[in-house]
Write a protein that binds this ligand. Structure first.
Ligand code: HPA
Length: 248
């Protein structure tokens, strides 16, 4: 298999990427099991990349059932050195209005019970990666420059709180997360970011805010409202990615 240095992991609302020209698909088994969907080897805006649908092509995997280790391992084995990870999130702090794209610079991990490391004892060595800055600064700047060149307003920083799901949070959980310093909340940011770092893959997030987090408005959070934000917002995300791939 030829190696490709850039991958896009598509999340909710981006299980398929209509803008890419598909060259090949490869199904991969890894020492950690099967990946979520075939790796799609493709070109976007003249640049080679691999696309992977995090939840599967038909969105059948909930966040806590995703085999993050297999996904990351397969991308690494395919030669990937940079990942742009697209996620849909809830907005906690006032700037994180539904429709906004945020480029997170920090994470707080509230997930439980997920296979979250490759350094899990023998036969692998014991390693403690530096994770002070979980997202790659250069890759974040590429996304920021792409947004600027398109005149697309993005939030250049955000702390991503990763929750276990699949249920949404309680209002009190969101209040606690806000006190902790979280700006946005999603279910797939971890362990993906940490696994990428363990494999020395540069990783950046591109998070579309699709609803106000629990308790931030009087309204009940409905999948219909989320779907509406996904439709319009992911069109913006796709434009951003189409430009960003030329700047990585
Ligand atoms: N909470 C957690 N994950 C999410 C949300 C949310 O409000 N919206 C989209 N993904």
């Amino acid at each position: 298999m030829p190696t490709t240095p850039l991958a896009i992991i598509g999340g909710t609302g981006l299980d398929q990427f209509p803008d890419i020209e598909i060259a090949a698909r490869s199904t991969v088994e890894t020492p950690y099991g099967a990946i979520a969907a075939p790796l799609i080897h493709a070109r976007l805006n003249g640049h080679e990349l691999i696309f992977l649908a995090r939840h599967g092509e038909n969105h059948h995997l909930p966040p806590h059932r995703i085999n993050y280790r297999a996904n990351l391992w397969a991308l690494h084995a395919a030669g990937v050195r940079h990942i742009i990870a697209v996620t849909a999130v809830g907005g906690i702090t006032p700037a994180m209005v539904p429709g906004v794209i945020a480029l997170p610079d920090q994470i707080i991990d509230y997930t439980v019970d997920r296979a979250h490391t490759f350094f899990d004892g023998p036969p692998n060595s014991v390693e403690h990666i530096d994770f002070t800055w979980p997202y790659d600064a250069k890759l974040r700047h590429s996304l920021l420059h792409a947004a600027e060149s398109l005149g697309l307003a993005v939030q250049p920083k955000a702390t991503y709180g990763a929750t276990q799901g699949p249920r949404l949070e309680t209002a009190a959980e969101i209040r606690r997360m806000e006190r902790d310093g979280c700006d946005i909340v999603g279910m797939t940011g971890m362990p993906e970011a940490a696994l990428a770092r363990e494999l020395a893959i540069a990783y950046a997030g591109c998070s579309l805010v699709v609803n106000w987090a629990a308790g931030k408005t009087e309204a009940v959070i409905t999948m219909d409202d989320i779907r509406q934000q996904l439709d319009s917002g992911m069109a913006k995300v796709r434009r951003l990615l189409t430009t960003a791939v030329g700047l990585v």
